[in-house]
Write a protein that binds this ligand. Structure first.
Ligand code: SAM
Length: 285
């Protein structure tokens, strides 16, 4: 079948099925073949790979994935897209479409069944309303995972990639960088989608660390510290932690900062992942 990355082909199939876009599902379909090629090359898909695609839509990217991968599992929430996918993916016998909500699917069981528990690659043009829960859910679960190559809102991609001292730096940056190495591979303007989103987009590749970059006794506790520090952006780290519901006393926090050679007035947004790990290990004692 001719590429759905060509706008005329997408319009034709949408009209044939009288498809109505559902805003609540974040439906913005890609209509740009060069962006599709860029995503596939950044994802580095080979004939051995099993790929999980989140939200295949009408199958535009799925077709590219099916051409390059051994096997593709595509999870789509909108039941109205399932008959369309039946037609657009008819030529491929290596694609399994599952009509479900990705946040409810047992991905670990899918990976076991389709890839014998070996690491998969995730590729998606994500529905922007659930970007963070999808990514964090994947990282925090036991799903064996090599990389995640995704289209997200530009601003979110920036937040994932930056370090301390910039306005975008925050809990998401630290969470992503604890699990993976982020790399923005393309900026994508609204006119590459149908319908056009109100925001700019970017493709980011998150390559999972083989070994965590820092040694943390209790990662959950470290992330609670991180969230508390960024909840109160303009406050000092001490005040953020004191009001973060963590049950820490001012003395404990000050004592930890002194051990680290930090000033009482230090702000969380200047702390690297290494510093949060150290602080967490000291306070956990
Ligand atoms: N991959 C297609 C493309 O690039 O043209 C569609 C991308 S569109 C931004 C997001 C897709 O995710 C839509 O098809 C939408 O229906 C689907 N989706 C939204 N929420 C979902 C969920 N919770 N689980 C699975 N799919 C979802």
């Amino acid at each position: 079948m001719a590429s759905l990355g060509i706008p005329g082909n997408t319009i034709e199939i949408l009209q044939k099925y009288h498809f109505n876009f559902q805003k609540k599902f974040g439906q913005n379909f890609l209509i740009d073949t060069s962006v599709l090629e860029r995503i596939i090359s950044a994802a580095d898909i080979s004939e051995e790979d099993c790929v999980l695609e989140i939200g295949p839509g009408i199958g535009t990217m799925t077709q590219y994935l099916a051409e390059s991968a051994r096997e593709v599992i595509a999870v789509e929430i909108d039941k109205n897209l399932i008959p369309i996918l039946g037609e657009t993916l008819a030529a491929y016998n290596n694609v399994t479409v599952i009509n479900d909500d990705i946040l409810k699917v047992d991905i670990e069981a899918l990976v076991e069944k389709h890839n014998g528990g070996r690491p998969i690659k995730v590729v998606a043009n994500l529905p922007y309303y659930i970007t963070t829960p999808i990514i964090m859910g994947l990282f925090e679960s036991k799903v064996p995972l090599e990389s995640i190559t995704i289209m997200v809102q530009k601003e979110v991609a920036d937040r994932m990639q930056v370090g301390p001292g910039t306005k975008d730096y925050g809990a998401l940056s630290l969470a992503v960088q604890y699990y993976a190495h982020p790399e923005i591979v393309a900026n994508v303007p609204p006119n590459c989608f149908m319908p056009r989103p109100n925001v700019g987009s970017a493709v980011i590749r998150l390559t999972r660390h083989k070994e965590k970059p820092v040694d943390v006794k209790d990662a959950e506790f470290m992330f609670a510290l991180i969230r508390a520090s960024f909840n109160q952006r303009r406050k000092t780290l001490v005040n953020g932690l004191l009001h973060g519901g963590l049950g820490l006393t001012k003395e404990e926090i000050l004592d930890a900062l002194i051990q680290m050679g930090e000033k009482e007035t230090v702000r969380g947004e200047t702390f690297t992942l290494e510093k949060f790990a150290l602080l967490s290990n000291i306070l956990k004692k």
